[in-house]
Design a protein around this ligand. Sequence first.
Ligand SMILES: *[C@@H]1O[C@H](CO)[C@@H](O)[C@H](O)[C@H]1NC(C)=O
Ligand SMILES: *[C@@H]1O[C@H](CO)[C@@H](O)[C@H](O)[C@H]1NC(C)=O
Ligand SMILES: *[C@@H]1O[C@H](CO)[C@@H](O)[C@H](O)[C@H]1NC(C)=O
Ligand SMILES: *[C@@H]1O[C@H](CO)[C@@H](O)[C@H](O)[C@H]1NC(C)=O
Length: 342
Amino acid sequence: MFSFRSLAVVSFSTGVGYVLGLETNSETQMMKLPRCITAILPQKAERLRTDHDLDLAENQHIPSWYKLLPVPGTVHAATVALDRNLPATPTSTPVSTAPTNRAVQIMKHGYPGFDNVRYYEDFVVSYDRRNRTAHWVFEHIKGDNCTYAEGVDRSKCSDFRPDLSIHPYFRATNADYKGSGYDRGHLAAASNHRHSQKAMDDTFVLSNISPQVGVGFNRGVWNSLEKYTRALARRNRSVYVCTGPLYLPRKEPDGKQYVKYEVIGANNVAVPTHFFKVLVVEDEKGQFEMKSFVMPNQALPEEIPLKAFYYPIDSIERAAGFLLFEKIPRKMFKLINGSKPQ
Ligand SMILES: *[C@@H]1O[C@H](CO)[C@@H](O)[C@H](O)[C@H]1NC(C)=O
Ligand SMILES: *[C@@H]1O[C@H](CO)[C@@H](O)[C@H](O)[C@H]1NC(C)=O
Ligand SMILES: *[C@@H]1O[C@H](CO)[C@@H](O)[C@H](O)[C@H]1NC(C)=O
Ligand SMILES: *[C@@H]1O[C@H](CO)[C@@H](O)[C@H](O)[C@H]1NC(C)=O
């Protein structure tokens, strides 16, 4: 933690002051500002030491370059402001924030993290409030559970809906997706949960959804990967599945690497550049095999074999910022992506 001793303020020749950074006991922490702004900042920084100085600074005219900073959320700030005092997890929510018995089984091989974890009927989500989609979604699929039980019907599912257990500032809404051109892509697939209407219904909550390219991705190769997962579950004892978004850097024409991704709707829902899916297949003898995939969020030719999307598991972990299936030592896997682990 910093201890804020004073505020560093940039002083302009016009006498305009504006707070830019915080001085800690040891050093001055400057906010990173876009190049277009830092370029026009004067060299010398003054210090404000009293409340009086701060008042003065605040009452000054705000320099026009400040408008260059994006101010997210202002579009709907007025409506959201009413909810400011809502607890982040209202007690009325039907979603569990404590692990259920089912969740203990689903998460048996380790949690990738504990950020805003939600326990649904048959899957577990860790929600990324900043990007308005999941960090990861965990499922445990058994063959008989991805065949329809009597009375279960996808058309009976309630529509996609916001996750009311997430504070409204950080929630994705259907309006964010509307007109974006992206599908509301399931992370835990609805068809993996055909054994219970409630379980399938739960997969339509927007915390389990990411913006995905429709034709050629969500309705193409990504769908094939989901079908393959169920095929594995039917022919083995069970499959543990972890699915999530990735935001991977890309080299731009200036030769530098950037993470660039689109955001949609008033809530700036992030459009991931890629998605990962890591499968741990438990065979009839209780032995494990791992298959780790990464796919770019774009239309891809359907004839590419799924094997082409194998991706080193440690690269997924480094990019995602968490470890997967940590409780199973890697050398215990019979195979990882078709080869014996090193
Ligand atoms: C949100 O997306 C950005 C995209 O690059 C990523 O760097 C970041 O780790 C994600 N999560 C959070 C909590 O910001
Ligand atoms: C499968 O379906 C049954 C019946 O709905 C349920 O009790 C069970 O928890 C589900 N999952 C697994 C992995 O068996
Ligand atoms: C698990 O499923 C895969 C894919 O269908 C199959 O090749 C493998 O033989 C299965 N394992 C067992 C033990 O049946
Ligand atoms: C997984 O797949 C990739 C791509 O085929 C491969 O490079 C890697 O060695 C595999 N194994 C592990 C442990 O990641």
